[in-house]
Every structure is written in structure tokens, then in C-alpha cells.
Design a protein around this ligand. Structure first.
Ligand code: SF4
Ligand code: MG
Length: 333
């Protein structure tokens, strides 16, 4: 089946200006050659430390940030060719973490939700807004005429979800959408998102630093490190075995990971290197305890594991031809 969205070799560098003339002095390699696809109805979870390029990737997908390079193909149409930015933005909606900042404080909840329906040119936008409010668990009789500051964080996030749905999107990108919520509210909103996905035939890209949340909602998980994809696999497969040493460290640092399942990987030390001048070869080599000489010079390519082609990893340990002395033995423990 054709994926709903496919990105190929996506790149975004941000110039760093400085000096008295504000000249470009360096480039932050925020997203550097990212490729993936998401099937219709699927949820792809994206994880990684802050600064790994998760949010920039999300913004590139909806045209909030302009890409330097790469292809974005939505439902078979390439952005900039048969697909305009306007069409892409109609098909993809985003829900952010800060539910307060994204709502107009002077607009009632009903007006905020109806806005999307009106932009779409739909009939009776207020009726549609009330139906959607009801669907996300906000009784229109109680909430329609309230303002954002009168709502709790969880209620505001429900408004943001209703507002996104009012645009009739096919893909919803959720960037840390439940991260600011209390655990009990978080669970309710996650369940709501799951139900809405089935009901409206939606596809999700779910970005979070919380692996347990990503596991709960995703079909596949993609791991980013310093602007690159290092591993992507079905949830069960990556939960059973993390093929990339970085992924192993991320998982072993998880507080609630079942101790029997936990890898014995020591937690990561230090911050990620500066993305202005990322390490050569494998970008993780400065923090990897399995690094060999080849890791400093040769960039590992994302490829399927021999035991499971759907489980993809970019690490010389898994490539028999890489020249890594331990290649082909999996990840040594
Ligand atoms: Fe570690 Fe080398 Fe694999 Fe990079 S390619 S993760 S440095 S073993
Ligand atoms: Mg972020």
C-alpha cells in the first residue's frame, strides 16, 4: 500500500549568526538526511533527546519550517510539484505541547474550534465545532462560551485536538502533546487519541521524550540522534531488542522499564555533542562504548536487520561488510 506520507533525505540547517555584521558563522545541522514513511492509519512514534531534530522534522512536515533539501510526498504527491504548501497544510494538522500558547486568548472555545471548519468552507461551522467538542469530551453547553484561561491544561489540549479535527486532516502530528499533563489526564487524552484515530481514519506522527507513552500509542518507533535516524522498528521488535547502542542507552534509562527486560547498558553520560559540528562518521561514536576505528570515518547506513528487515538500524555492528571488528555479532552485551 502507498504510504500516506513519505520523506526522503530531508535536510534542514539553521544558520548561526554572530559578530558585529551578523554574518553566518556556522550551521546547526538540525535535520540531516532523514527518511521514513508512515502508512495510512499507522502511528509512528519519534523519540530522542531534546535537540535531536524531532520537532524540526515535525515542522518541516507541515511547512512551518522550509526544508533545505529532500522530498515530502503526501498521498503520492510531491510537495512543490503536484502538491502545494496550502494543500499539505490542509491535510496535516499539528498539536503542540503548550496548549495555552496555541489558542487565541480572546476567542471562545467554540469560536476557536469553528475557525478551522470555517477556513475549510464547511457549512454551519458552529454546529460542527459543537459536535467535535462533544466528541473530545467537552460538553458544549458548559464550554462553548468559555475562554482558554478558564480551562485546565487537559481541557485545553482537548480543544486543540477538536480544532485540529475541524480541519478534516488526514495526518496529525503531535509534538509532546501530552507531556505537560498529569499522568491520569495524560492516559485519558491518549485513549481519546486512539479512539479518534480509528473513528476518523487518521494517521499520527507522535513525538515524545517519554518512551512509555510512545510505546502505548505507536505501531512503530523511530529513534533520532543529532539530526539523523539511527533506528526504526515495530514497537514489539524494538521493545524486545534495541539494535543501536544509543537506543539501548535510552531504553535502559527508562524509570519504569521492567527490570527483567532492561538492557544492562550503562546510562548515557553527558549531553549530546554540538550539532553545529557533529562528530564524523557515526555521530554517536563519541558516546558509544562499542566504537571502533571505522566508526570515526564511515557513516553507517540505515538497513534492515538480517533477522527482521522491518527492524532497521544505522550501526556498523550490524553490517557484516562494515569493517567493524565485532560486526555480525549483534550488539555485544
Ligand atoms: Fe557505536 Fe560504531 Fe555503531 Fe556508531 S556505528 S553506534 S560508534 S558501534
Ligand atoms: Mg521538541
Amino acid at each position: 500500500a502507498q504510504p500516506l506520507i513519505k520523506v526522503q533525505n530531508l535536510k534542514k540547517y539553521f544558520p548561526v549568526r554572530g559578530g558585529p555584521l551578523g554574518r553566518v558563522q556556522a550551521q546547526v545541522q538540525a535535520v540531516d538526511g532523514v527518511s521514513f514513511d508512515v502508512a495510512k492509519g499507522e502511528t509512528l512514534g519519534i523519540v530522542g533527546e531534546s535537540g535531536c531534530g524531532k520537532s524540526t522534522t515535525a515542522k518541516l512536515l507541515i511547512g512551518l519550517t522550509e526544508r533545505d533539501q529532500g522530498d515530502i510526498i503526501f498521498d503520492g504527491l510531491a510537495l512543490g510539484e503536484k502538491l502545494s504548501l496550502k494543500d499539505l497544510r490542509r491535510g496535516v494538522q499539528m498539536v503542540f505541547q503548550d496548549s495555552y500558547a496555541t489558542l487565541n486568548p480572546r476567542m471562545t472555545i467554540e469560536a476557536s474550534v469553528a475557525f478551522g471548519a470555517r477556513v475549510q468552507g464547511l457549512d454551519k461551522p458552529e454546529d460542527r465545532a459543537r459536535k467535535l467538542m462533544d466528541r473530545v469530551g467537552l460538553d458544549p453547553a458548559r464550554f462553548a462560551h468559555r475562554y482558554p484561561h478558564e480551562l485546565s491544561g487537559g481541557q485545553r489540549q482537548r480543544v486543540n485536538i477538536a480544532r485540529a479535527l475541524a480541519m478534516s486532516p488526514r495526518l496529525v502530528v503531535l509534538d509532546e502533546a501530552v507531556s505537560a499533563l498529569d499522568k491520569s489526564v495524560e492516559a485519558q487524552v491518549l485513549n481519546l487519541l486512539n479512539d479518534l484515530r480509528a473513528e476518523f481514519g487518521l494517521t499520527y506522527i507522535f513525538i515524545s521524550h517519554d518512551l512509555n507513552v510512545v510505546r502505548y500509542i505507536s505501531d512503530r518507533i523511530l529513534v533520532m540522534y543529532l539530526g539523523e535516524v539511527v533506528e526504526v522498528a515495530p514497537v514489539a521488535s524494538i521493545w524486545a531488542e534495541q539494535a543501536h547502542p544509543y537506543t539501548r542507552s535510552l531504553f535502559s534509562a527508562m524509570p519504569s522499564m521492567d527490570p527483567d527486560n532492561r538492557t544492562k547498558e550503562p546510562p548515557l553520560s553527558g549531553d549530546p555533542p554540538n550539532p553545529i559540528n557533529p562528530p564524523s562518521g557515526c555521530r554517536f561514536h563519541t558516546r558509544c562504548r562499542f566504537k571502533a576505528d571505522v566508526c570515526k570515518t564511515k557513516t553507517p547506513k540505515l538497513a534492515g536487520l538480517s533477522v527482521n528487515a522491518k527492524h532497521m538500524v544505522a550501526c556498523h555492528l550490524h553490517d557484516a561488510d562494515s569493517g567493524h571488528p565485532k560486526a555480525g555479532q549483534g550488539v555485544p552485551s
